[in-house]
Design a protein around this ligand. Sequence first.
Ligand code: TIU
Length: 223
Amino acid sequence: VAESLSVEAAPYRFSFDPAETALVLIDMQRDFLEPGGFGESLGNDVEQLRRTIAPLRAVLDACRAAGMTVIHTREGHLPDLSDCPPSKLLRGNPSMRIGDPGPKGRILVRGEEGHDIIEELYPVAGEPVIDKPGKGAFYATGFGDLLTARGIRRLVVTGVTTEVCVHTTVREANDRGYECLVLSDCVGSYFPQFQQAGLEMVAAQGGIFGWTAESAAFLAALA
Ligand code: TIU
């Protein structure tokens, strides 16, 4: 039996074997974190998300040093938008739509500058990047097969936004039997009230979707 580490978490301690655990960075893309992208086109203030970058960088460094599996995701679409449902394209009557030209290239289109991951958290060689058309990391991607192939059973979940892509991914993972720890200062929402409620929803009811912890507690367990 592999050695287990333990994190001070809500609703109770989270135990994990680093060899069977992946750090997942969800959609830390310019289109969500920098001006002129998809997030801002939906009417959001991107500054709300930027406080996640520094703590997430420390977690990323620690997980890399520990030899853990690190997986990045990006939300986006093919240049011909054939993988973008019309409902998503038209929702909310946005000022700029997916595929429209923005200051960092076509909004949320794969291969464009705005679609890529921010420099501070850029993947290094060997770290898989999952391109996903939806909010959840499992839908229409190879994420599930990748986790199976690597023998991953637990996910340490980070990224943006808390109540959208982080929650959708945690819920998808939960139904597939994965144990999820969400790092509260490494996930961000454009809405403070959704940040708080989103975190509480994970750990309520005895951990209905998983656990939450501060990154400092996770780092202490890994040290
Ligand atoms: N709009 C919003 O809060 N989020 C998204 O559209 N995608 C992700 O959360 N990545």
